[in-house]
Design a protein. Structure first.
Length: 221
């Protein structure tokens, strides 16, 4: 999805007073990108990335300068799908002394498989940001999945925002373009990817408010 997005995000979070850890499941295995590879042919799958994330969380929580009660998780696209699967795995296969997740935010994940198997997630506050025109990871399965989660869990802390006139990558600054090199969308012709300035500004404002809420300093008991 682009290094510039990650650098921008890290700076924004640092400026707000947060520490940032960015695990790299791909570069650490000699890969640059998986977007052009069909799901079934990928050498690094979401299950592996979930294990990477769990190990990263354990390491992070052990650092003396980190408040282990105020850790959030953020992901985009495949990383967003990984985040949702992380919440599922932590619910179904908890590990001893695993650090808590204060909140999770995801941009345009793929929710189809999660919705199909009626996945149950860890009860952490969840923010899902979607593009209405996304033809790579469509919004509707995520909307349906969130509604199902809320119905099954009796009002979980789940917020869904769907941005009109927005494609995959709406929070970026590059113009919308057709990517014929990506075989995993809803059309055999490829997928659209690119920013929407209005949705970008709105989604970042929503994200900032979410982190302020879920990572707020807790009063001493």
């Amino acid at each position: 999805m682009g290094g510039e997005r990650y650098r921008e995000t890290a700076k924004r979070l640092h400026d707000a007073g947060y520490a940032v850890l960015m695990p790299d499941s791909f570069g650490s295995r000699g890969l640059r990108d998986i977007c052009q590879t069909r799901y079934r042919d990928r050498s690094v799958d979401v299950a592996q990335r979930v294990q990477d994330a769990r190990a990263a969380l354990a390491w992070l929580a052990a650092q003396p300068q980190v408040d282990a009660l105020r850790i959030g998780v953020l992901g985009w696209s495949n990383g967003a799908t990984t985040t949702l699967n992380l919440l599922e795995q932590r619910r179904t296969h908890p590990e001893p002394s695993e650090p808590a997740i204060a909140g999770a935010a995801v941009f345009y994940p793929g929710c189809g498989p999660l919705a199909k198997r009626q996945a149950v997630l860890e009860a952490a506050p969840l923010l899902i940001l979607l593009g209405a025109l996304d033809d790579w990871t469509p919004a509707q399965p995520c909307v349906d999945f969130a509604r199902s989660l809320q119905a099954r869990s009796g009002g979980s802390d789940i917020t869904v925002q769907v941005y009109d006139n927005s494609y995959h990558g709406f929070d970026g600054t590059a113009p919308v373009r057709l990517r014929a090199d990506v075989p995993n969308g809803t059309s055999p012709e490829g997928v659209h990817q690119g920013g929407n300035p209005e949705a970008r500004a709105q989604s970042w404002a929503v994200l900032d408010a979410f982190w302020s809420r879920v990572l707020a300093t807790r009063a001493a008991p």
